[in-house]
Ligand binder design. Structure first.
Ligand code: PNW
Length: 463
């Protein structure tokens, strides 16, 4: 018997700014990530997405790799500043045409297109007008969504409104390690709401303009463990759960922000940016909830007396993304770790999926990202023996199978990532691909993990 049914969707994922390059071609204007990466000191080695994996010119070859891998689906994102330069005003036909060709190219190869509307490349002009901290950005997003859904319609099988609004809001506006690099807790919470609102407004657009398409959103849900069973440590975990998970799940799936989140953050904002009717709008029914998972988080209460561990569990030590949670300490995790410094914890993925099964029993789920960066070594014969990546994938996919066996309705798995790419603040130094990219020649080479994944996608059976 195979571990996964024939209907299980095997896919791989990428994002526009991380792979496309061609930053100034065919009418594309700068996004916040162009500005950020071109600002000295913001990214490792000053890397930018100017060229990236040059996918904008090599998309046909990349689609051939997807087809050769035998994947059922491909998750990509659309660059807002490519299709609507500046974020408002007229749409750019050349930009729309690129994605139209991409979608047709996938369909010709029998691969299901799964399009993300927003994977962090906000047009710079919209940030200059206040970015996600302002309501207008959500309204511009609704217009942008209408333009792309009109152009691509139900040729796109699944429309995903946002990728990881947690990152956009808290890393972009609180810790500042992502674009636009702001460190303003009140702005971060306003961004949470305006991203949620953008999701609801765009979801409505999909329902109206492409009724046959599936609607989804992708969240990077956190598995948060308290260090001990003490009331204080459990309360620390509750606070982080509110910021990380329920700030999004609440309005999207329950139709309201959790009361404890509003209370915990009352000293930062009164949440008056949430208007009458917003929460109802945000709760547009989802065909699929996308879940991104990489590692887990360990917290304890911090009394201000004991030494703080000064780690947020994800290897970052900048300003905290956890607004209003100064009394929470993030503990270093037991290894092993990936090259991101993230701990490897497959059982936490099972735990997360079972939580969703319990809390949202009728909500179909999809793993929209999972994967690992390692320091890949190219052997003299040209092969890339990435055993640690294969092991990571194997154990996490087994964790998905385990959750399914216990009743979690997980319909598919998208591996992050198809190609090595621009890993945000870490530039080209961290490689997540199952296909290696030589950034000098742009030659693509399958790592052993690509061969391993090809076999899995063909058989539905973990070796
Ligand atoms: C996700 N964190 O980013 C993104 O969706 C991808 O674009 C990215 O390449 C991938 O995961 C690997 O990093 C994250 O600090 C970035 O917790 C940072 C965090 C989580 C996810």
């Amino acid at each position: 018997m195979s571990d996964f049914p024939e209907s299980f969707v095997w896919g791989s994922a990428t994002a526009s700014y991380q792979i496309e390059g061609a930053a100034t071609e065919d009418g594309r204007t700068p996004s916040i990530w162009d500005t950020f990466s071109h600002t000295p000191g913001r990214t490792l080695n000053g890397d930018t997405g100017d060229v990236a994996a040059d996918h904008y010119h090599r998309w046909q070859e990349d689609l051939d790799h997807i087809a050769a891998l035998g994947l059922d689906a491909y998750r990509f994102s659309i660059a807002w500043p490519r299709v609507r330069p500046g974020g408002s005003g007229p749409f750019n036909q050349a930009g729309l045409d690129f994605y139209s060709r991409l979608v047709d190219g996938l369909l010709e190869r029998g691969v299901r297109p799964v399009a993300t509307m927003y994977h962090w490349d906000l047009p710079q002009e919209l940030e200059d007008a206040g970015g996600w901290a302002t309501r207008e950005t959500a309204l511009r997003f609704q217009e942008y969504a209408a333009g792309i859904v009109e152009a691509l319609g139900d040729r796109v099988h699944t429309w995903t409104t946002l990728n990881e609004p947690w990152c956009s809001a808290y890393l972009g506006y609180a810790s500042g390690v992502h674009a636009p690099g702001r460190t303003d807790p009140a702005a971060a919470l306003a961004a949470v709401h305006h991203l949620n609102l953008a999701h609801g407004l765009a979801g409505q657009v999909v329902r109206e303009l492409a009724p046959a398409a599936q609607l989804s959103v992708t969240l990077n849900l956190h598995v948060i463990r308290p260090e001990s069973d003490s009331a204080e440590d459990r309360d620390a975990a509750r606070r982080i759960d509110a910021l990380a998970n329920r700030a999004f799940l609440g309005p999207m799936l329950d139709g309201a922000y959790p009361a404890d989140l509003l209370a915990d953050t009352a000293a930062i904002t009164d949440w008056s940016f949430v208007r009458e009717g917003d929460e109802k709008l945000i709760a547009v029914p989802l065909d699929v909830l996308g879940v991104n998972y990489y590692s887990s988080t360990l917290v304890r209460a911090w009394d201000g007396v004991s030494p703080r561990s000064d780690a947020d569990g994800h290897g970052q030590s900048a300003a905290s993304p956890w607004v209003g949670a100064d009394n929470v300490d993030f503990l270093p995790q037991p290894g092993p770790y990936t090259a991101m410094g993230w701990n490897i914890d497959p059982p936490a993925l099972t735990e997360l999926l079972l939580r969703l099964r319990d809390e949202y029993p009728r909500q179909p789920l999809m793993i929209t990202e999972n994967g690992a960066a390692f320091d890949d070594v190219v052997s003299p014969d040209g092969t890339i023996q990435d055993d640690r990546r294969i092991d990571y994938l194997h154990r996490h996919i087994a964790a998905v199978a385990e959750a399914r066996a216990q009743g979690a309705d997980v319909r598919g798995y998208f591996l992050w990532s198809l190609l090595d790419n621009f890993e945000w603040g870490y530039g080209y130094d961290r490689r997540f691909g199952i296909i290696r990219v030589d950034y000098d020649t742009q030659v693509r080479t399958w790592k052993q993990s690509a061969h391993w994944y090809q076999r899995l996608a063909a058989t539905g059976q973990l070796p």
